[in-house]
Design a protein around this ligand. Structure first.
Ligand SMILES: O=P(O)(O)OC[C@H]1O[C@H](O[C@H]2O[C@H](CO)[C@@H](O)[C@H](O)[C@H]2O)[C@H](O)[C@@H](O)[C@@H]1O
Length: 300
């Protein structure tokens, strides 16, 4: 397999490990046998103050439109409901979605781009109780301490997300509220997971590592990559580390930010935010086209 000149292509992308370079090359050389997993917020879409405003980074839809027909499988693996990602991202309108799927709410929901079918489980009763309790908890907290003012709840049906980004001091608000939200979660038998200025209450313990495991079993790829930016993506990276340990080609691709530095040390490929992810996807796109045409013997 000819080695690709990956370094030269973008200053927004750094290949930090041999595994990152190898997996990228394998995807390029055998795209039809590759699995590409993409997180949404902070990876395909820049972080914005209001979750309902998170739109894809410029260039995302174009590069996916070009890559999708050639890659074996592309999965958007997200904490968001699948329908919300479809609405915000416009992914269903891509010209060829046969190889695209969305694993929403950390894998609890599945949208299949080949059929357009969306599978959503019924919300657990504990979330209904949390909805009521959380409203009281946040009102009381804001009454007692102005730091909690401006905190809002995103209702995802299967989960509730407390957002502090629009508070005057988002970090202080999260610090103040996290123990109280955790205590409520414990009382109701729910999990409480931290993210970028969020704490998320959900019933199911399925995580992105389980999703990667299920996708590897289903798609049986020769090479794979997972692109993510936040703590909720670490289980997916752990699943790739286990796969790499078996000698398989996998890359942990980090959408780096000042806000979350914990992922950097896990990066096989380090990209500068969603713009860097677009740059890495363009590297894949150009290189798969070039390798494809040279293997077909097309004139240059
Ligand atoms: O798995 P993801 O696709 O990364 O989703 C994880 C959570 O992301 C969203 O919150 C984040 O993005 C918001 C919009 O940019 C931002 O305002 C917030 O501070 C970030 O944490 C989303 O709203 C959550 O439901 C997702 O679970």
């Amino acid at each position: 397999m000819a080695s690709l000149d990956l370094e030269q292509i973008s200053d927004l992308v750094t290949f930090r490990t041999l595994a990152g370079r190898n997996a990228t090359e394998q995807i390029v050389h055998r795209p039809g046998d590759a699995l590409l997993c993409l997180d949404y917020d902070g990876t395909l879409a820049p972080i914005v103050p209001r979750p309902q405003d998170a739109r894809p980074q410029p260039g995302v839809l174009e590069v996916l439109a070009s890559l999708l027909p050639r890659l074996g499988s592309v999965a958007i693996v997200t904490g968001r409901p699948a329908q919300v990602v479809l609405d915000l991202g416009g992914f269903a309108a891509l010209p060829d979605t046969r190889h695209l799927q969305i694993r929403g709410q950390y894998g609890q929901e599945i949208w299949d781009g080949a059929t357009g079918h969306l599978e959503v489980p019924a919300p657990p009763p504990a979330i209904g109780r949390a909805r009521v309790e959380l409203e009281g908890l946040l009102a009381e907290a804001a009454h007692r301490d102005p730091v909690a003012a401006g905190v809002v709840v995103e209702d995802k049906g299967l989960a509730l997300v407390v957002h502090t980004r629009r508070a005057a001091e988002p970090g202080a608000a999260l610090e103040l509220l996290a123990p109280q939200v955790r205590a409520l979660a414990d009382e109701l038998g729910l999990a409480a997971d931290l993210g970028r200025n969020v704490i998320e209450l959900r019933a199911d313990s399925i995580d992105k590592g389980d999703v990667v495991g299920a996708l590897l079993d289903r798609e049986r790829p020769q090479a794979m990559a997972f692109c993510g930016d936040d703590l909720g993506d670490l289980p997916a990276f752990a699943a790739i580390e286990a796969w790499q340990a078996q000698g398989r080609a996998g890359a942990r691709v980090v959408s780096a930010s000042e806000e979350v530095r914990e992922l950097d040390e896990h990066a096989d490929v380090l990209c500068q935010g969603p713009a860097g992810i677009v740059a890495w996807l363009r590297i894949l796109d150009r290189a798969t086209r070039a390798v494809g045409s040279s293997e077909r013997g097309d004139a240059r």
